[in-house]
Design a binder for this molecule. Structure first.
Ligand SMILES: Cc1cc2nc3c(=O)[nH]c(=O)nc-3n(C[C@H](O)[C@H](O)[C@H](O)COP(=O)(O)O)c2cc1C
Length: 253
């Protein structure tokens, strides 16, 4: 368990739960192998984190049908799959490790399916107050394209991106390298100060401005406008405050 330092109102935050999501359909996934080793290292380190690994191949995620009801009404009407289980796991975690292989220099389809279903969170920064790491395995290509893509979209969901670790080719998957990555993750969490950075502050201000100006839209049911105009959201002076507010609300569920 780690108490994240926080310069606001003298509070300390308990950062204890790590969720690793392995986005590969391969039952004998190399990405899972690597991620599992990292999780085992973190558990064995005595740092006090609780860790869970989710392999997407064990879950049924339906494809987004493009209706946009999530953006307009704030919820997805597809409910007969395992999406809620994944979102609940994300909500109850403090730190997320996103792990995926490179397929044609991009994320695999099972990951894209999940990300499309999470698209509305990019308009509401729902995962504010969480740290994220990325692990990418490849034979030789695509890791930088994937890193850039994931580091672009996840901050819009509120994640504070900490680091990316690339496992290119087999030779990098040796236990010494994996060990270094695990130690690095623990160290980075301990050194991380708060949930914010300049990029997140800019995005937060951009959304507040955008939706405040659009407050007079005649579509009363527009979920996002209502969301950004809630009193407690408007009262957050900056992203750091907003992230704390969201964390507190989550623990009230
Ligand atoms: C459909 C498919 C496409 C792939 N495309 C690439 C690629 O573009 N570049 C690359 O370096 N490796 C590619 N690979 C290799 C995988 O990225 C690599 O073996 C990875 O570690 C597999 O992880 P997994 O077993 O968790 O799925 C591909 C593998 C598959 C199955």
């Amino acid at each position: 368990m780690y108490l994240a330092k926080n310069n606001m109102r003298g509070r300390c935050l308990v950062m204890r739960k790590i969720l690793a999501i392995v986005a590969s359909n391969n039952k004998k996934s190399r990405t899972k192998e690597v991620t599992n080793q990292i999780i085992c290292d973190i558990k064995a380190s005595g740092s006090g984190f609780t860790c869970e690994l989710v392999h997407l191949s064990d879950y049924n995620i339906s494809e987004c049908d493009g209706c946009q009801s999530c953006f307009i009404k704030g919820f997805c009407k597809i409910c007969e799959d395992d999406m809620k289980i994944i979102i609940d796991k994300l909500n109850s975690s403090d730190i997320v490790i996103w792990a995926c292989p490179s397929y044609l220099d991009n994320v695999p389809g099972c990951f894209k399916k999940l990300l499309d279903r999470m698209a509305h969170f990019t308009h509401t920064m729902d995962f504010s107050g969480k740290l994220a790491f990325v692990i990418i395995t490849t034979s030789n290509s695509g890791s930088e394209e994937i890193r850039r893509y994931l580091f672009k979209i996840f901050p819009y969901m509120g994640f504070k991106m900490i680091d990316c670790y690339k496992f290119i080719g087999r030779e990098k998957s040796n236990s010494k390298y994996i060990n270094n990555v695990s130690e690095n993750i623990i160290h980075s969490i301990k050194m991380c100060y708060g949930f914010s950075n300049i990029d997140l502050e800019k995005k937060f201000n951009m959304y507040k401005e955008l939706y405040f100006k659009n407050n007079k839209r005649d579509r009363e049911d527009l979920y996002e406008v209502n969301y950004w105009n809630q009193k407690n959201v408007r009262q957050s002076k900056n992203f750091q405050e907003f992230a704390h507010m969201i964390r507190n609300n989550r623990s009230n569920y």
